[in-house]
Design a protein around this ligand. Structure first.
Ligand code: FAD
Length: 636
């Protein structure tokens, strides 16, 4: 027996899978194929699974390095704990947990439907994987290779390094995470990713935008068929693993039985979240007393975490070729015009929900966009709208590669410190962000964390806490925050505004916002989240002082009919349309019910956008035109 192991991390799919492709290519000598997914106690509290001891819960503010005494490997500057470092938030919400389990269980189902299976385990991967390898090597068994997707973030890099340090076999890493794979880039991403997005995009577009130029063809390893995902050919047999023969010690974790269901596992994993709700609590739809969370009826992402759902969304949004014709895809043809919308599922692609776990390959999306552009891109309107999807996907790549570069560069503050081979050091989570790694960063724009407001999230009147709970008194901000907590989603427009409000108007530590997003966003992605937060907070590698949004102007421009604010803030029901974005201006405050009668801050620049101010409330002007405030555009 010669086993090809594929260790799934953030690549929960069968299509466009380099491992699957390699394992089943004619010259591959493996006889068996073993895909495995391991729930890691540093990411999730696994204490309700059998034979697992999770790291002790840290207190907010306590440095991560003191939080993992029970683990053999002591992380230094990483955030390896199921609670976040600054705010002490969980690192997942019930919604996000359910989405992950949907992805894992549907992947296992797809493997089974294709003649194979997938092993589910829990525990530190550097303990579990070597035990499995040992068992497979017994009785002269061989390991053809251990394959995984290359990750660019410090926790994932240290995870691979820890595993590697306990294995004789080399882990083979595949570049399957980005639209443009590293080897196609016109520069070495780990060294030369430009500090400014526009420069990155121009260099990439210099490759030529067409199919097989900038866009790389995805591997044809699996496709949807009658509502299921099927691999191209039959899978190699799944090897027998005997859980009791792994010799795992007490507390080290183990194999999750083949009979375990999504619902059963969910109940065990969600318990620590429900027992210890975060500030403001979980929303009632996301944490039912029994079973898995229901979708919020107003959710902008009424989708499942499955490969089938992801590929159906691509079909629905971009469409597909049918002979000479292009079918469906009306949404993509209006993408640029509608992408700043706030309500409903149609305004933007929502691809991020599947991209974050690798349920869909960015290359599949890119290739489909390229096909549509090739067929219909001569029409300028189609080109402008459809191309913009690539423009945004390049933002995603840009943050991935920026993080890769900084993950492998020592902080300028610790130049003397030799790189810890097991533990790369990144400024992604530092208060002064990437700026701390750039010696040429302009002095006058350097962030000064000591000047930021100190937050005490225990205090219900704390500004950052009121931001988290959607109680700032500024309806446009609160509506976005409530949507996030109640559905696990917020639009890009909303994210930019609430991030600006927390950091530029309230002057709070941006990491509280990034951690709160990490807990709640179903589409949470380390690079996109922390990279965008740095960018908005002005601590990233593209320094500018003016990324400040005016929430009143933004509300006037993007919530023209007040539908968004009315959807999420029912307390404002009795306030007329004119003042619903500025309710503190009405005389009869009794109409506000429990809603704050004053905003926690009021900036002079807001006033010219109040009702009846010259110039008159400028409704609808910028809706959907892709223009943000001066200097504030990020990703359109
Ligand atoms: C403070 C803040 C936090 C964010 N956190 C995340 C996060 O955790 N995960 C995440 O995927 N995105 C994040 N974004 C980026 C962006 O808001 C989302 O990618 C986008 O809203 C997802 O919706 P969509 O798929 O409909 O996007 P579309 O508008 O349809 O864009 C298509 C794809 O392009 C990519 N994209 C678009 N804008 C950006 C951007 N600014 N940065 C990186 N990629 C982009 C995404 O992969 C997206 O799916 C954040 C933005 C801000 C301002």
């Amino acid at each position: 027996m010669n086993t090809f192991i594929h260790y799934h991390t953030l690549d929960l799919r069968l299509h466009d899978s380099p491992s699957l492709h390699q394992a089943h290519s004619p010259n591959n000598t493996s006889t068996h194929f073993l895909p495995i997914y391991i729930f890691d106690p540093r990411q999730l509290d696994l204490s309700h699974l059998s034979n697992i001891s999770s790291p002790p819960a840290p207190r907010a503010g306590e440095p991560a390095e003191h939080q993992n005494a029970s683990l053999k490997y002591q992380p230094k500057s990483t955030r390896c704990s199921p609670l976040s470092r600054v705010g002490g938030f969980h690192r997942t919400s019930p919604y996000r947990l359910k989405f992950l389990l949907e992805a894992v269980f549907s992947l296992r189902e797809s493997y089974r439907k294709s003649g194979g299976d997938m092993l589910l385990a829990c525990g530190p991967p550097e303990v579990i994987l070597p035990k499995i390898v040992d068992q497979l090597k017994k009785d002269e068994g061989k390991i053809e290779g251990i394959h995984a997707q290359r990750e660019y973030t410090v926790e994932e890099i240290s995870n691979y390094r820890r595993i590697q340090s306990s294995l004789d076999e080399e882990i083979v890493l595949h570049d399957s995470k980005t639209l443009i794979p590293p080897k196609h880039l016109p520069f070495k991403p780990e060294l030369d990713t430009p500090d400014v997005y526009t420069e990155f995009r121009k260099q990439v577009e210099g490759l030529g935008i067409g199919l097989n130029e900038m866009l790389v063809k995805p591997l044809d390893t699996a496709k949807p068929l009658n509502g299921e995902i099927k691999t191209k050919g039959k899978l190699k047999p799944f090897p027998k693993i005997e859980a009791e023969m792994l010799n795992l010690k007490e507390g080290q974790g183990g194999i999750i039985g083949a009979e375990e269901t999504l619902e059963g596992l969910y109940v065990k994993l969600v318990k620590p979240l429900l027992d210890n709700p975060p500030i403001g609590g979980w929303s009632s739809t996301s944490s039912p007393k029994e079973g898995t969370p229901n979708l919020h009826p107003k959710s902008a992402i009424p989708f499942k975490g499955t490969e089938v759902a992801a590929l159906e969304r691509v079909d629905d949004y971009i469409g597909h070729a049918n002979g000479d014709k292009w079918e469906e895809g009306m949404k993509a043809r209006h993408y640029k015009e509608t992408r700043n919308g706030l309500l409903g599922e149609g305004f933007s692609t929502k691809f991020s929900t599947w991209l974050c776990l690798g349920i869909i390959s960015p290359k599949v999306i890119g290739w489909r966009v390229g096909e549509l552009l090739e067929k219909e891109g001569k029409d300028k309107e189609v080109w402008k709208n459809v191309y913009w999807i690539l423009f945004e996907l390049l933002w995603r790549d840009y943050f991935q590669y920026t993080v890769l570069k900084t993950s492998l560069t020592p902080s300028s503050k610790s130049k003397s410190q030799l790189r810890d081979p097991l533990n790369p050091n990144s400024s992604l989570f530092n208060p002064d962000g990437f700026s701390s790694q750039i010696s040429t960063y302009p002095q006058n724009l350097r962030p000064n964390p000591s000047e930021w407001e100190k937050s005490n999230l225990e205090d219900p009147n704390d500004n950052a806490r009121r931001w988290c709970e959607g109680r700032t008194g500024v309806p446009f901000i609160d509506a976005n925050m409530r949507e996030l907590v109640q559905t696990g989603w917020m639009s890009n427009r909303g994210r930019q505004n609430v991030a600006s409000f927390l950091t530029k108007d309230l002057y709070c530590d941006w990491r509280i916002g990034a951690e709160f997003f990490e807990m709640n966003l179903v589409d949470y992605d380390t690079c996109s989240n922390w990279g965008n937060w740095q960018y908005q907070a002005g601590v990233g590698n593209d320094p500018r002082s003016s990324r400040q949004f005016n929430p009143i102007k933004q509300a006037n421009d993007y919530d023209e009919d007040n539908g968004f604010v009315r959807t999420w803030i029912p307390e404002l029901e009795r306030v007329g349309d004119e003042y619903v974005q500025t309710p503190w201006l009405i005389n009869d405050k009794s109409k506000l019910g429990d809603y704050p009668s004053r905003p926690i801050v009021e900036l002079p620049s807001w006033k010219k956008h109040y009702p009846n101010q010259p110039p008159h409330r400028n409704r609808g002007k910028a809706k959907g035109n892709g223009k943000g405030p001066k200097g504030g555009r990020n990703g359109g």
